[in-house]
Design a protein around this ligand. Structure first.
Ligand code: ASP
Ligand code: MG
Length: 417
């Protein structure tokens, strides 16, 4: 017997048939004697529709009313799922964020969960009643509904699992786990049985789309064992894999991982842009003068490379931003031209960032140089490099993304089948 949080995304509750299928997954776990809380997203496409309506009503709208509207999608799916579970003869009740309550901060539209008062929910699930909780929403200090930002229901699920001190948080989704890389890019990508919190955080931050980054952060901080699995499995005949465990990927503490690979996965993001400020005087404060105004305008700067001229008086500052931000970033910097005192600003779009991730890098030398030679062998030019303890990222021309991903996937022995 265990205490479980089960989370189902928009595709998994996309129509009534699918919701009834989800109800069967829930029934299986409840009948096995587990205490169960379920977190649901809105039915696929519903949140987009609600967001569009708020814009149609008025392009500039009050964030509190936006939250009132968009949180409604989850209210519908939680009610429908509770009905479907009850129809299978299992005791269930729906819960909105404010009823639990899930307390958030006041950042309507992009709120953060501050505290979950899980006492009541705990009592109910311990008594054998399944709790069906609306993801993506909570209640702000102003006593109004607040939403967590798009894709936020993963975060709701992990936060609830932490508050309930659940044994596991099962994320049911439209893929059957976390793969060594995007299988659409490399068909020989393999499903990982386990991945550490740190690696998953890097994978998610660097482009893997399985889980919202914030949910992985929370799972890591609270040590919530999180299991990614498919909602399309037959609920009464779940396929089993390694060790007779259900098929999926467990995100857990690295201590729990026996077979450690040097490289665990390859992630990528497209639509990167590069900005170079040429011949900036190299003196204290110049980085602050460049990156301060960008930060003030909420522009995310990623890879930063500084190369100082031979006499040390001038420096070239090169960095990346999302392609969608490049015009705005260039405008902001041009306005600061006198203060920063750069000679020219150059920008380039159509770039990709390919990243290699693995906790094994901590204890192995030469991991990155293997990538450099492999890409050189394919004639791929590396424009910038950044490294950290368990990953490195390479900036390349976007046309070479697939070739780079497949080359790296193969050179680090990740190919399966
Ligand atoms: N329904 C919300 C969205 O579409 C939250 C979620 O799906 O995670 O963003
Ligand atoms: Mg989602």
């Amino acid at each position: 017997m265990a205490r479980l949080v089960m989370k189902f995304g928009g595709t998994s509750v996309g129509d009534i048939d699918r919701i009834r299928n989800v109800a069967r997954h829930v029934k299986r776990e409840a009948n096995a004697g587990n205490e169960v809380a379920v977190v649901v997203s809105a039915m696929a496409g519903r949140t987009n529709e609600l967001v569009a309506w708020t814009r149609e009503a008025s392009p500039l709208h009050d964030a509190r009313e936006y939250d009132t509207v968009v949180a409604a999608g989850e209210q519908i799916s939680s009610g429908l799922l509770a009905i479907s579970i009850q129809a299978l003869g299992v005791n269930a009740r729906s819960w909105q964020g404010w009823q639990i309550p899930i307390h958030t901060n006041n950042a309507h539209g992009a709120a953060r969960i501050e505290e979950i008062d899980a006492a009541l929910l705990r009592e109910r699930i311990a008594s054998g009643q399944v709790a069906v909780v609306s993801g993506f929403q909570g209640i702000g200090p102003d006593n109004r509904i607040a939403t967590l930002g798009r894709g936020g229901s993963d975060t709701s699920a992990v936060a609830l699992a932490a508050a309930l001190e659940a044994d596991r948080c099962d994320i049911y989704t439209d893929v059957d786990g976390v793969y060594t890389t995007d299988p659409r890019m490399e068909p020989r990508a393999g499903r990982l049985d386990k991945i550490s919190f740190e690696e998953m955080l890097e994978m998610a931050s660097l482009g893997a789309k399985v889980l919202q980054v914030r949910s992985v952060e929370l799972a890591m901080v609270h040590g919530v064992r999180t299991f990614v699995r498919s909602s399309f499995d037959d609920p009464d005949n779940v396929p089993v894999g390694t060790g007779n465990q259900p098929v999926g990927t467990l995100i857990c503490d690295e201590e729990e991982i026996v077979e450690k690979q040097v490289v665990t996965g390859i992630a990528y993001t497209k639509d990167e842009a590069q900005i170079s400020l040429r011949r900036v005087p190299d003196k204290p404060g110049v980085s602050a003068a460049i990156f301060g105004p960008l930060a003030d305008n909420h522009i995310n700067v990623d890879m930063i490379v500084q190369s100082v001229s031979e006499d040390g008086s001038r420096t070239d500052m090169t960095f990346t931003v999302a392609e969608g931000d490049v015009t705005r970033a260039s405008d902001i910097l041009e306005k600061q031209k006198d203060e920063i005192a750069f000679e020219v600003l150059q920008s380039d779009t159509g770039l990709s960032k390919v990243s290699v991730i693995g906790i094994g890098m901590r204890s192995h030398a030469g991991v990155a140089s293997t990538a450099f030679s492999a890409l050189a062998g394919k004639g791929i030019n590396i424009r910038a490099i950044t490294t950290s303890e368990i990953k490195f990222s390479l900036l390349i021309d976007a046309d070479y993304t697939e070739l780079a991903v497949r080359t790296l996937h193969s050179v680090y022995d990740l190919n399966r089948g």
